[in-house]
Design a binder for this molecule. Structure first.
Ligand code: FE2
Ligand code: FE2
Length: 170
């Protein structure tokens, strides 16, 4: 059996599948973020993760709203890409022997997740427009704006402090 739960014959099928994929991704990130929050020490990074955890929970609800709008049950399908990003983050945080290096690694790992989400939501917006599902576009755009803001904030914290502090460690 392939990764896909049902045959994908149309752009509409692909849209629904990708919606189920991001629904899974948001759920997994909701589970992963508290572990990241517990492990990092930089107060701004911790605060940023806490804010994004709340946003992520809300994004999951927003996806449920979108499922409702298109008349599909809210269902998650395994997304091996986000599982891989989270597995890699856990592995690197487990291996980091220095707290400051761990903080820099955590910010970088989180940015990999944000970039995945940005790619997915960008595609979903394009497909929603193509399929005439303009009612969903604004909801996707709210989430995309949050993902981009989270990514920007991580860049700022990493470049302003985390990377520099980590660079002083031998
Ligand atoms: Fe998200
Ligand atoms: Fe995110």
């Amino acid at each position: 059996m392939g990764l896909l739960t049902k045959p994908i014959k149309s752009l509409d099928d692909l849209f629904v599948h990708t919606l189920q994929d991001v629904y899974y991704a948001e759920q997994q990130l909701t589970k992963a973020l508290p572990k990241m929050i517990a492990k990092v020490s930089d107060p701004m990074l911790k605060k940023g993760f806490e804010t994004h955890l709340a946003e992520t929970k809300n994004q999951t609800k927003r996806l449920e709203q979108i499922f409702g709008l298109i008349g599909e049950p809210a269902k998650a399908v395994t997304c091996p890409a986000i599982d891989g990003i989270i597995d890699e983050a856990n592995a690197i945080l487990g291996d980091a022997k220095d707290q400051d290096v761990l903080d820099a690694a955590a910010a970088a790992a989180a940015q990999a997740a944000e970039h995945y989400e940005i790619a997915r939501y960008g595609t979903l917006i394009a497909w929603a427009r193509e399929l005439g599902r303009d009612d969903t576009v604004q909801l996707f755009e709210q989430t995309l704006a949050e993902e981009k803001a989270a990514d920007r904030k991580l860049t700022e914290v990493a470049e302003a402090r985390l990377n520099r502090v980590a660079a002083t460690k031998a």
